[in-house]
Design a protein around this ligand. Structure first.
Ligand SMILES: *Cc1c(COP(=O)(O)O)cnc(C)c1O
Length: 236
């Protein structure tokens, strides 16, 4: 299976038609899910709205979408509180790196933390969840390509780390997450992540982006994170 360029819908003024893009992606997600083991209800589409302002996000909200991903805490804290006042039942996922000094803000603004990747972070998250009485579902991020510049726990350390998160910190670990190496065939990395999730009894697997989400679903993704194919190209 190949990595494809997302097809973007635009209206007459050549702006991005977010609602049409969202519907097209949703249809493809549902089709891929029906053809895979997860079944039609099994895959959650996370609309990655990073760098885009509220005017670009609203059409997705008005179309009924409620699950979004952001990678920067400050940006999310500036953008989402206003939207939350208007649109209820939002589910905001943190999909970018988390520094321990930002944990408090992250827990205040995000419903799911997808980037738990080291013991110190796990400990601080657990402490802040207890202190604030805000329980947030977590994913353990795995550096499936063992890339030195990337965050994520190494695959060979993942089992022990997941156990530590559960037993020592009592973190609500729901699943695993990865960002495979850019420009390489993602399938072996998707298979590796799904296997790590399965052998640790984790039901959620977050993998797949605009270019490869259908492949990810075929390999067992329960959460796909799609930005460009919905909101168009990013300026930064
Ligand atoms: C930006 C981002 C995405 C979405 O990428 P697209 O290629 O625009 O779909 C998914 N996951 C993570 C972790 C990201 O940072």
């Amino acid at each position: 299976m190949s990595v494809e360029t997302p097809q973007l819908a635009a209206d007459e003024s050549h702006t991005i038609d977010v609602a049409a893009n969202l519907q097209a992606v949703r249809n493809r997600v549902d089709l891929a899910a029906r053809q895979s083991a997860q079944g039609s209800e099994g895959v959650s589409l996370i609309a990655v709205s990073k760098t885009h302002d509220a005017s670009r996000i609203r059409p997705a909200l008005d179309a009924g979408h409620r699950v979004f991903g952001e990678n920067r805490i400050q940006e999310a804290a500036a953008k989402w509180p206003e939207l939350r006042e208007v649109y209820d039942t939002l589910e905001l996922h943190l999909i970018g790196p988390l520094q321990t000094n930002k944990v408090k803000t992250a827990i205040a603004h995000f419903d799911v933390i997808q980037t738990v990747d080291r013991p110190k972070l796990a400990r601080v998250l657990a402490e802040e969840m207890t202190r604030s009485d805000r329980r947030r579902e977590c994913f353990v991020e795995v550096n499936v390509g063992e890339e030195p510049q990337k965050s994520g726990i190494l695959p060979r350390e993942a089992d022990a780390f997941i156990k530590e998160c559960r037993d020592q910190f009592q973190l609500p670990i729901r699943g695993v997450m990865c960002i495979p190496p850019i420009g390489r065939e993602p399938s072996p990395y998707f298979a590796l992540l799904a296997m790590i999730g399965e052998r640790n009894g984790l039901s959620a697997v977050s993998m797949g982006m605009s270019g490869d989400y259908e492949v990810a679903i075929a390999f067992g993704a329960t959460h796909v994170r799609v930005g460009t194919a919905i909101f168009g190209p990013r300026q930064r």
